[in-house]
Write a protein that binds this ligand. Structure first.
Ligand SMILES: *[C@@H]1O[C@H](CO)[C@@H](O)[C@H](O)[C@H]1NC(C)=O
Ligand SMILES: *[C@@H]1O[C@H](CO)[C@@H](O)[C@H](O)[C@H]1NC(C)=O
Ligand SMILES: *[C@@H]1O[C@H](CO)[C@@H](O)[C@H](O)[C@H]1NC(C)=O
Ligand SMILES: *[C@@H]1O[C@H](CO)[C@@H](O)[C@H](O)[C@H]1NC(C)=O
Ligand SMILES: *[C@@H]1O[C@H](CO)[C@@H](O)[C@H](O)[C@H]1NC(C)=O
Length: 429
């Protein structure tokens, strides 16, 4: 019954033209303040956690010292609540002078001196979501200001905007950014705000933005991760074909290393975001993060699935017995497979992965590697072998399968009888 979903994703064909700015050829990686630090502007009472230049400088320092930059996390991104409540007398945005005494230009220089890039936030409408000045009517001015400051990424929110003008606004800002001549990653929320009224035009979105938010803000909870992955699966026929080098669906920040997810759930978020070819923006306190979360976020095998150069987003390929199976085609005919145990009761449960049909890449056999929860060589599996993985409640087992050549005929003719008779209940695809 999942064959139709599967086929459709592939029939729609290659993604449309991406925004031609040479950026985000693989999903953007970095850190973004919102989920963890929100609109905390109280630097008197809470100097370590308020939205201030100090926070971003400390994060930049830690990113270099603690291996984040080396792992690929590059963009240090400011979200809402950085500006002063009024524009200056020339109509330009200005940073809150108390919290950003050096100004954004100096902060950008600092971040660049660490070999990292700086992201900033603005809004397509009259006001930002937290009520700071919006960019409507000021797109050229704001793009120019950001370029002069040395900003490398713009997250452009969609609050306080007439929805019928969303497309125009996002496209105008895209043009304004282009005209500055500076390379600035353009992170949009256009579809998120348009879905409430009509189906967005993903061809136009891909031509305009480097990534785009589709669904609600992530929270620090498993129910939030579940609802984002459920939304992504429900709309995958529409959104998966829109992703590719230069433009990505953005399911929002990684909340790994915070308070709301168990370690299994953190692994599930990391695995799903890798399958979904999602931008990886951590929102956590890198100055104080538990070693296991750090190790997970820096896992080079998972990151290399996320950053796979083929740039095809994965999709939900089957739901069986309280499990979800997600797949992502990778370069060199490889495949990533995530098996998520959705049952939130009991202990680890076995799931039979049957290679027949589904793993068409495994002709005649595949080399299987488990990436999460632990790196493990699972050996060469002939096309019709079946493997059992054990998955913790709300946890995920992430695998890669790589085709290998060889003569495995005898083995799989035997296995064929076995699997077709006894295991059809657990077969997916
Ligand atoms: C602006 O757009 C043109 C044409 O699409 C492209 O060639 C150029 O690289 C873009 N420049 C920047 C700075 O994004
Ligand atoms: C922005 O604010 C102005 C002045 O209040 C109002 O006339 C206009 O309709 C608003 N625009 C949008 C897109 O909400
Ligand atoms: C977009 O730009 C066009 C052409 O300059 C202009 O007519 C239109 O009002 C702009 N729309 C918005 C929402 O800024
Ligand atoms: C969607 O956008 C593309 C590119 O801008 C355009 O060619 C196409 O006509 C639009 N489709 C619809 C249904 O509006
Ligand atoms: C299978 O992959 C593992 C890495 O997981 C590698 O060490 C091994 O050499 C590979 N085996 C074959 C036959 O390709």
């Amino acid at each position: 019954m999942y064959i139709s979903v599967f086929a459709l994703v592939f029939l729609i064909g290659p993604a449309a033209e991406a925004l031609d700015n040479g950026l985000a050829l693989t999903p953007t990686m970095g850190w973004l303040h919102w989920e963890r630090f929100m609109c905390n502007t109280d630097c008197d009472q809470d100097p370590d956690n308020c939205i201030s230049e100090r926070l971003f400088m400390q994060v930049a320092d830690v990113m270099v010292k603690e291996g984040w930059k080396e792992a690929g996390y590059e963009y240090v991104c400011i979200d809402d609540c950085w500006p002063y409540h009024q524009r200056d007398n020339q109509g330009r945005l200005q940073a809150d002078p108390k919290r950003f005494p050096g100004g954004i230009k100096k902060l950008a220089d600092y971040v660049h001196s660490r070999g990292l890039k700086l992201g900033i936030y603005a809004d397509v409408g009259n006001k930002t979501c937290a009520g700071y000045p919006g960019s409507l009517g000021y797109y050229d001015t704001d793009a120019q200001t950001f370029a002069e400051w040395g900003v490398d990424l713009l997250k452009f929110d969609g609050c306080f905007m007439d929805w019928t003008l969303l497309g125009e606004g996002y496209m105008n800002m895209s043009r304004a950014l282009n005209q500055t001549g500076r390379s600035i990653v353009y992170s949009c929320e256009w579809p998120l705000y348009e879905w409430r009224f009509q189906k967005p035009n993903y061809t136009a979105i891909r031509e305009t933005c480097n990534h785009w938010r589709n669904s609600a803000d992530v929270l620090d909870s498993w129910s939030s991760i579940k609802s984002i992955s459920a939304w992504t699966a429900d709309y995958q026929d529409t959104i998966v074909p829109a992703a590719g080098p230069g433009g990505w669906n953005d399911p929002d920040m990684l909340v790994i290393g915070n308070f709301g997810l168990s370690h299994d759930q953190q692994e599930s978020q990391m695995a799903l975001w890798a399958i979904m070819a999602a931008p990886l923006f951590m929102s956590n306190d890198l100055r104080n993060i538990c070693p296991r979360s750090k190790e997970l976020l820096q896992n080079k095998h998972v990151i290399s699935i996320n950053q796979d150069p083929l740039g095809k987003q994965g999709y939900l390929s089957g739901k069986v017995d309280g499990f979800e199976v997600w797949e992502r085609p990778l370069s060199k005919q490889r495949l990533a497979i995530a098996v998520l145990n959705k049952q939130e009761i009991g202990g680890p449960r076995g799931f039979v992965i049957r290679a027949a049909q589904g793993w068409r890449v495994c002709t005649p056999a595949c080399n299987v590697t488990q990436i999460l929860p632990h790196y493990k060589d699972m050996g060469v599996q002939p096309m019709f072998s079946k493997m059992v993985v054990r998955v913790n409640p709300s946890g995920t087992v992430l695998l890669t399968v790589v085709p290998v050549s060889g003569d495995f005929k005898e083995v799989y003719s035997m296995e064929w009888q076995d699997t077709s008779v006894r295991h059809h209940n657990n077969a997916f695809l």
